[in-house]
Design a binder for this molecule. Structure first.
Ligand code: FNR
Length: 369
């Protein structure tokens, strides 16, 4: 279909499935084991209901916000997803260019298939980018990578903490690793690449499973970027992150690709925010909570923010949007978010992101399933 015929983000997924080579589709779409968590990521939002307010003069609505203190035109950022070139020859640059044009923040993955510098070079002046980090067993490689990112103007460091070992994505494992453009680039940048276990395993064998809370002071010593832990799932760890002086957490299960039957990020949000409230008033200017996983509609975004998240991350939906249409597809995905945000905020009675409050959702069915 032409881009004009794309009406919602689900449409991009259907197109990607139809046009991608089987190996690329398997890598992008797969999740771990029985893929229960990936389904739950969508299902959880369907157990949250709105409590809309009326007669609030919603002639003007504004969904722009700040993320780690940086302006963002959407309350949504592009989460790190590896190997963009499996989907489109321009890979991650599709995201960078669209994001630069529309004031959206991109998180650059360690396992990008374009080089880090290519992605930063493709940004326009003032464009905000974050970086996602897989910590290498060789800490010198990690130190250089982080410090280079900071020197190049990256504004936030997201350390992925839910992947000491890659989950078994069985669809992907059935596809043998075949060397090709984007994948070769990853091999250049990180040592210890294996070639016999599907794409995901092949590119991730450098990741250090010994990473622990003891390493946090070291990260703080090597960078001034705000540090966020990506892949937290409990109030216990949220408080650990807070007490270690970090800037925030992403409640995430890695798009269902790691521990299967882990709960969804949005289900964990309520108890995480309740725990953080014991440390001071919420929202807390020192600490932000993000949520990702299963976001496909502006209504999902608004629910997470109403429950206390400052913004949400989107992985697959943006990846799928560039497979057939390149940068134009990503721009269209932003436009769909804008149109859905405008309508849903009007119908909900919230003129700004700050006006989204817990009273606007009924989450009483969230935990009963
Ligand atoms: C990811 N994700 C991910 N996360 C990360 O920290 N480093 C990475 O390299 C990747 N790579 C990656 C590849 C692919 C193909 C997918 C689908 C996901 C996880 C990603 O950042 C995010 O947490 C999820 O994608 C969010 O769920 P949705 O939006 O895909 O449902």
């Amino acid at each position: 279909p032409s881009l004009d015929e794309i009406v919602n983000l689900h449409d991009f997924e259907a197109v990607a499935k139809a046009i991608l080579p089987p190996k690329a589709w398997a890598y992008y779409s797969s999740a771990s084991d029985d893929e229960i968590t990936i389904r739950e990521n969508r299902a959880a939002y369907q157990r949250i209901w709105f409590r809309p307010r009326v007669l609030r003069d919603v002639s003007v609505v504004d969904w722009s916000t700040t993320i780690l203190g940086r302006r963002s035109s959407l309350p949504v950022y592009i989460s790190a997803t590896a190997l963009g070139k499996l989907g489109h020859p321009d890979g991650e640059l599709n995201l960078t260019r669209a994001a630069g044009k529309h004031g959206v923040i991109q998180m650059i993955p360690t396992l990008a298939s374009c080089s880090f510098d290519e992605i930063v070079d493709a940004a326009v002046p003032g464009q905000v980018q974050f970086v996602q980090l897989y910590v290498n067993r060789d800490r010198e490689i990690t130190r250089k990578y982080v410090q280079h990112a900071e020197k190049r103007g990256v504004k936030g460091l997201f350390i992925t903490v839910d992947a000491p070992q890659l989950g078994r994505r069985e669809k992907d494992m059935r596809m043998k690793f075949v060397d090709e453009s984007g994948v070769a680039k990853v091999q250049e940048n990180q040592s210890g690449v294996k070639k016999d276990e599907g794409v995901a395993r092949a590119i991730s064998s450098f990741i250090d499973p010994s990473l622990s809370w003891k390493d946090i002071p070291w990260f703080k010593s090597i960078t001034n970027m705000p540090i966020v832990l990506k892949g937290v799932a409990t109030p216990e760890d949220a408080l650990m992150a807070y007490d270690h002086g970090l800037a925030g957490i992403v409640l995430s299960n890695h798009g269902g690709r790691q521990l299967d039957t882990a709960r969804s990020g949005v289900e964990n949000l309520i108890e995480v925010v309740a725990a953080l409230k014991t440390r001071g008033p919420w929202p807390n200017p020192r600490f932000e909570v993000f949520v990702d996983g299963g976001i496909r509609r502006a209504s999902d975004v608004l629910k997470a923010i109403a429950l206390g998240a400052s913004a949400v991350g989107v992985g697959r939906a943006f990846m799928y949007s560039f497979c057939a249409y390149g940068q134009d597809g990503v721009e269209k995905a932003f436009q769909i978010f804008r149109e859905e945000l405008e309508m849903n905020m009007r119908l909900l009675g919230a003129r700004t992101i700050d006006e989204l409050t817990p009273e606007m959702v009924d989450a009483s069915a969230l935990h009963s399933h």
